[in-house]
Design a binder for this molecule. Structure first.
Ligand SMILES: NC(=O)c1ccc[n+]([C@@H]2O[C@H](COP(=O)([O-])OP(=O)(O)OC[C@H]3O[C@@H](n4cnc5c(N)ncnc54)[C@H](OP(=O)(O)O)[C@@H]3O)[C@@H](O)[C@H]2O)c1
Length: 347
């Protein structure tokens, strides 16, 4: 299960949990390892079984599958893992954590079919791996990733409001990679007025990638007629205006929006200060990519507004996230820190 956990953290966070799987033979030798690479791609179990087949495994009747999360019972963009496991004829399944989402229940399904299932192997580590995803799933809300590009004095814009470009080209390419994997990008009305961003996902050559995220603007004032993110199209065609200042309401509205053939399940909040602060204040941030560039702006918009924290005991605490490329990356002269909220009760 430790090997499955190490595989799981190679994947990206988002609409789906991080999951790793390992298939072993009757002697405990590893036949294949798999992990989930994000929404719409093979689940870890399928990745692992596919790799086992490619490696020449034809008889699964004496194999054991370790998986960090209970296999899903649900047909979505991918088939139910319980069916794939049953069809392959895997003898034993060892499960780490239970799936709190409506896709759970795989342990019981497999047992009814006669598969031997042992539940709760390294349960604590497996649950901790996806503690924020579990929380979001429990609240039936979409997963929130935050992008924050700032100077070393924690400012996201200069005094004249300009913020393009605080960070390096490599940092911006990284942001475009994150944009490609989310369902929606969210900014506030003032960022649209100030920066007029396109909010598109582009590859390293600057070309638009095939599946563009939904472009969402939050706030009560109108989105300027000529805003680039509209692309000259009416609302509902690639962009949406969420007429609210309440981040939870914005998430609920996004969750009922279909984009690219499925509901929005993962949003990238890109700012500015007011919108970011509202998400942090409401504890609705599940993952952070914090890009810090080596420049001092001295004055200008600070990254976050006053969140009402007055003592260290009230401080919002985050931990380095080892998943998806690790906790820190140098991007030209910038440092990108990958963070997640500290698990509740961690101190
Ligand atoms: N470096 C970066 O990564 C980055 C990214 C984005 C923006 N920026 C910079 O950030 C600056 C804009 O920051 P900002 O704070 O003014 O813009 P913002 O957060 O984009 O938009 C603020 C507006 O959003 C609406 N809003 C929605 N929810 C709100 C809430 N919970 N609380 C308060 N207002 C809410 C309000 O307008 P309504 O009256 O419409 O409700 C408010 O005036 C710009 O200079 C931009 O260049 C930097």
């Amino acid at each position: 299960m430790q090997t499955a956990l190490e595989a799981a953290i190679l994947g990206p966070r988002g609409a789906n949990p991080l999951v790793g799987s390992v298939l072993v033979d009757a002697h405990g030798r590893i036949l294949a390892t798999g992990h989930h690479r994000g929404a719409g791609t093979y689940h870890a179990e399928r990745d692992c079984l596919t790799r086992a087949l490619a490696a020449g495994v034809t008889d699964f009747s004496s194999t054991t599958l370790y998986t960090t999360l209970e296999p899903c019972t649900h047909y979505g963009r991918q088939p139910a893992c319980t069916d794939l496991i049953s069809d392959a004829g895997v003898r034993t399944v060892l499960v780490g954590a239970r799936d709190p989402s409506p896709n759970g229940g795989g342990v019981e399904v497999l047992r009814t079919r006669g598969t031997e299932v042992v539940d709760g192997i390294l349960r604590e580590q497996c649950e901790k791996l996806n503690h924020r995803w579990n929380e979001a799933a429990g609240q039936q809300r979409i997963f929130v990733t935050v992008h924050l590009a700032q100077s070393i004095d924690a400012r996201i814009a200069a005094a004249d409001g300009t913020s393009q470009w605080i960070t390096s080209e490599t940092s911006r390419e990284h942001t475009h990679m994150i944009r490609q994997r989310v369902d929606a990008i969210l900014v506030g009305t003032n960022t649209v007025r100030t920066d007029d961003p396109r909010l598109t996902a582009r590859d390293e050559r600057g070309a638009l990638t095939p599946a563009q995220p939904l472009r969402a603007v939050m706030g009560l004032s109108d989105v300027p007629e000529k805003a680039q993110l509209k692309q000259g199209r009416p609302e509902g065609e690639g962009w949406i205006h969420l007429r609210t200042r309440d981040p939870l309401k914005a998430l609920k509205d996004l969750a009922t929006t279909q984009h690219n053939g499925h509901p929005v399940k993962h949003v990238l909040v890109e700012g500015g200060q007011s919108v970011l602060s509202a998400f942090f204040a409401a504890d609705l941030v599940d993952e952070i990519f914090l890009y810090t560039a080596p420049l001092i702006l001295g004055s200008g918009r600070s990254s976050l507004a006053d969140l009402g924290v007055t003592t260290l005991t009230e401080a919002r605490r985050y931990t380095l996230d080892v998943a998806d490329g690790g906790p820190t990356t140098i991007m030209d002269n910038d440092v990108c820190i990958h963070l997640q909220p500290e698990p509740k009760g961690a101190r």
